[in-house]
Design a protein around this ligand. Structure first.
Ligand code: NAD
Length: 489
């Protein structure tokens, strides 16, 4: 749909230039606090994606062969530029995504940290030698794949751009980024800052659009590795598409994360962490504290205290830096409201919230569903909104078993003052990240990713480099002659 209203227009970024899409199709991006469109963004079709992949492919040898020290220095400059432009980027992100300004700012500063962290890794991507006996030399080098496709969701758009693009570039890959259709703006701005810092212009390309654009990218034979962050269902499609060209995939998918509150936990602390874990970013967080599994000794008090905190939240447009902003889109707003209804129909008690305040935009009150059974849909499916489910457990039940009893395995948390209990639970929890007496315990430098259906591979930390480097073994014969026995003889 092409709009005739005068909205600011964002074209594709291909080969260092802002170019209109081949189809001349644009979609509006909406301020979720008002429901009003404020910009229109190009929709890339297959031919645009092809141009972007070709541009990234042509830029690859030059960037790969750039001295790693220089690659690192360039990425350091990207980090500096992000910091210098943090206010502008935070405003943009807050308006496009809906999140409170201070959260948007923190996401952007963390994006700068990704560039800084991986800048430091660029000249330390060492291989190793393998002892294979005298007369032989054998070594392993780590090489970039080539073109990295980065498909990102709408909950942390700028931050996730950096989480994938920074290590991809540090390793010597180039990138084609496909942001989510409702939050494309920060990706364009960040890609421009990469070029301003000295990353070759065609090394970071951005093609906005929805599922068709993403599918054109994952189907493309010129893509050498795919990093996808999003839902399990789309992740499965991405994996199927990747099979066509045997392209490696890193999948960062959803979660339904247990927060176990043991009887010896400091209740006030546990309530604080769970509150932040479920209501930050209006619950639109893959690692949200979705399921509080609380011992019956202090279950009633836990519910009472978290309800009290939920009811104190002030909702408002991101620009006013409220406690909580709106959900990102009308479609998602409907989805979250439906889940509240489903929970009540299933027999959960609506302890607070569930309503949409009488105002424009996609706001929903912080919500607590109590007396939830782990078999209910609201305990098994990712709601991705500010909806906490609270599940009581007694002495005859194992909270770790309840915690593990979902298809997901992204993060898990335990609240206890017993060090043995904490470590025993950490050993048994099926999750890529376990937090003890805290929530959101991962940082830029700690590996992050899912067990079970929550994903494949790891982002963040040095482990992320494994998604952007493949190893090559080189075997050298130092002796003359035609050789001896076959291997294994
Ligand atoms: P989504 O799966 O609907 O979309 C993610 C991205 O994939 C978007 O850019 C979308 O346009 C694109 N896409 C859609 N169909 C595609 C296709 N067929 N081929 C290729 N790309 C396609 O997810 P969403 O609703 O945007 O994001 C929310 C989900 O992301 C939640 O499940 C959340 O848990 C997950 N998430 C995970 C992490 C993590 O690190 N594990 C981080 C953030 C969000």
């Amino acid at each position: 749909m092409s709009s005739t209203r005068s909205l600011e227009r964002h074209d594709l970024l291909i080969g260092g230039e802002r170019v209109p899409p081949a189809s001349d199709e644009y979609v509006e991006t909406v301020d979720p606090a008002t429901g009003e469109a404020f910009a229109e963004v190009a929709v890339a079709d297959e031919s645009d994606v092809d141009r972007a992949v070709r541009a990234a492919s042509e830029a690859f040898p030059g960037w790969r062969d750039t001295d790693p020290v220089e690659r690192g220095q360039t990425l350091h400059r990207v980090a500096e530029l992000i910091r210098d432009n943090a206010d502008e980027l935070a405003d943009l992100e807050s308006r496009d995504q809906g999140k409170p300004l201070s959260q948007a700012r923190s996401d952007i500063l963390s994006a700068a940290r990704y560039f800084e962290y991986y800048a430091g890794a660029a000249d330390k991507l060492e291989g190793r030698s393998v002892p294979v006996g005298t007369g032989q030399v054998d070594y392993v080098v780590r090489e970039p794949y080539g073109v990295s496709a980065q498909i990102i969701p709408w909950n942390f758009p700028g931050n996730l751009f950096a989480r994938g693009v920074a290590p991809a570039l540090a390793a010597g890959n180039t990138a084609v980024v496909k942001p989510a259709p409702t939050t494309p703006l920060s990706a364009y701005r960040l890609a421009e800052l990469c070029a301003e810092a000295g990353v070759p212009e065609a090394a970071v390309n951005v093609v906005s659009g929805a599922g068709e654009t993403g599918a054109a990218l994952t189907d493309h034979a010129g893509v050498d590795t795919i990093t996808f962050t999003g839902s399990v269902r789309t992740g499965q499609r991405v994996m199927e598409a990747a099979a066509g060209n045997v392209t490696p995939v890193t999948l960062e998918l959803g979660g339904k994360n247990p927060a176990i509150v043991y009887p010896d936990a400091d209740l006030e602390e546990a309530v604080s962490w769970v509150e932040r874990g479920i209501f930050a970013n209006a619950g639109q967080v893959c690692s949200a504290a979705d399921r509080a599994i609380v011992h019956e000794d202090h279950y009633d008090e836990f519910v009472e205290r978290i309800v009290e905190r939920a009811e104190a939240y002030e909702l408002g447009p991101g620009a006013e830096d409220p406690d909580m902003g709106p959900l990102n889109s009308a479609e998602h707003f409907e989805r979250v409201r439906d889940y509240v209804e489903v929970g009540v129909e299933e027999g959960a008690r609506l302890a607070t919230g569930g309503e949409a305040p009488d105002r424009d935009g996609y706001f929903i009150e912080p919500t607590v569903l109590a007396d939830v059974d782990n078999g209910m849909r609201v305990a098994q499916e990712e709601i991705f909104g500010p909806v906490l489910t609270v599940i009581p457990y007694g002495d005859d039940e194992d909270p770790v078993d309840i915690g593990n009893d979902v298809d997901y395995g992204l993060v898990a948390g335990v609240f206890t003052n017993d060090v043995r209990r904490a470590h025993r639970a950490a050993q048994r929890l099926q999750a890529g990240n376990v937090y003890v007496n805290k929530w959101f315990g991962d940082t830029n430098q700690t590996p992050f990713g899912g067990y079970k259906q929550s994903g494949i591979g790891r982002e963040k930390g040095l482990e992320a480099m494994d998604s952007y480097l493949q190893s090559k073994n080189v075997a050298v014969n130092l002796e003359e002659g035609s050789g001896g026995d076959l291997p294994g003889a």
